[in-house]
Design a protein around this ligand. Structure first.
Ligand code: ADP
Length: 280
C-alpha cells in the first residue's frame, strides 16, 4: 500500500513539474524509479521534447514571415509606383493590362503590410499604448475613413442615435482605429448594394462596447469560431476580395489592450461584430 502511495505521489510530482514547464529528465534518477514511474518519465520527456520542437518551429516560421514581409515591402511599393506611372502613359490597348497589374500589386502590398503589422505585434516589436480617452473621436474618424468605400457601393454607414460624448475607455487610438476599420471594411464589403451598416456604442460596467452591424449574409454558425484565425476565409466569402487576415489582426490588437472582439448573427439578419474596450 505504502509503495503504491509513493508511486502515485511521484507521478503527481512529475505531472506537476510538466504542467509548470520545469520537467527535465535530470530531475528524476532512473535507478530510483519503479517501472511505471520510468515509463511515465519517458512519456513526459518525449512530450516535453515534442512541445519544445513545435515552439522552435513556430518561432522559425514567424521569423520567416517577418523577414519575407520586410524584404518584399520596398520592392512592392516600387512596383505599385511604377505601374501607376505606366498607367498614365499607356495607350488604350495596353491600359487594361497595366491596370490589372497595378490592382494585383496593390492587393499584394496590402497583404504584406498587414502581415508585417501582425509579425511586429507578435514579436512585441510594437507595443500598444492604451490611454483612457473618449470613444467618440475613434468612431467618428473610422466612419469618415470608410465613407468613400461605402459610397462607391451605395452602402449607408450610420451611427446609431445616442449620446456618446461622455463615454470613455482605455484604448490605443491608432491601433484600435485599425481594428474598427477592419470591421467596418468587412461590413461594407459583405453588405448588399444599398444596405445599411450601423455603428453603436454602449457603456457597460467593465467595458465599452462598439457594435458594427450589417445587413449582409451573416456567418454560418460552424464558421464563427474559425473566422478569427489567420488566413481563414468563409466558404461564401470568395466573390469578395480578401485574404483572411483582417479579423486575426483585429483580435490581436484587442487582446493587446485587454479588450476582446466577438461576433453574433441572428438568422437572416446580417452580422454583428463587437469590440469590447476596457473602461479601466
Ligand atoms: P477577409 O474578409 O479578407 O476574407 P477577415 O479576416 O476580415 O478576412 O474575415 C474572415 C472571414 O470572416 C471572411 O472571409 C468572411 O467569411 C467572414 N466575415 C467577416 N466579416 C463578415 C461580415 N461582416 N459578414 C459576413 N462574413 C464576414
Amino acid at each position: 500500500m505504502f509503495g503504491t502511495n509513493k508511486i502515485i505521489a511521484r507521478l503527481d510530482e512529475m505531472l506537476t513539474d510538466a504542467i509548470n514547464g520545469s520537467f527535465t529528465e535530470s530531475c528524476y534518477d532512473e535507478t530510483e524509479l519503479s517501472r511505471l514511474e520510468s515509463k511515465f518519465r519517458q512519456y513526459l520527456t518525449g512530450k516535453e521534447l515534442a512541445t519544445e520542437k513545435v515552439k522552435t518551429e513556430r518561432t522559425a516560421i514567424k521569423e520567416l514571415v517577418t523577414n519575407i514581409s520586410h524584404q518584399t515591402k520596398t520592392p512592392l511599393a516600387n512596383i505599385c509606383l511604377y505601374t501607376q506611372l505606366l498607367e498614365e502613359i499607356s495607350g488604350e490597348e495596353t491600359l487594361p493590362y497595366v491596370r490589372q497589374i497595378r490592382l494585383q500589386a496593390e492587393k499584394l502590398d496590402f497583404l504584406i503590410r498587414t502581415l508585417t503589422k501582425i509579425s511586429r505585434l507578435e514579436s512585441d516589436m510594437i507595443r500598444l499604448s492604451p490611454k483612457y480617452q473618449p470613444v467618440f473621436p475613434l468612431v467618428e474618424t473610422a466612419l469618415q475613413e470608410i465613407r468613400g468605400q461605402a459610397d462607391a457601393k451605395t452602402v449607408t454607414v450610420r451611427m446609431a442615435d445616442m449620446d456618446t460624448d461622455e463615454i470613455r475607455a482605455s484604448y490605443d487610438a491608432r491601433w484600435t482605429k485599425e481594428a474598427l476599420g477592419n470591421l467596418l471594411d468587412n461590413a461594407v464589403k459583405y453588405s448588399p448594394k444599398a444596405g445599411t451598416v450601423t455603428v453603436s456604442v454602449t457603456a457597460l460596467e467593465m467595458f465599452v462596447r462598439i457594435c458594427v452591424e450589417d445587413e449582409g449574409p451573416g456567418i454560418p454558425e460552424e464558421e464563427r469560431a474559425q473566422i478569427f484565425e489567420r488566413f481563414y476565409r468563409g466558404k461564401n466569402a470568395a466573390p469578395e476580395e480578401g485574404n483572411g487576415v483582417g479579423l486575426y489582426l483585429t483580435r490581436m490588437i484587442l487582446q493587446r489592450e485587454n479588450g476582446y472582439v466577438k461576433v453574433s448573427c441572428e438568422k437572416s439578419r446580417g452580422s454583428r461584430f463587437y469590440l469590447y474596450l476596457p473602461r479601466v
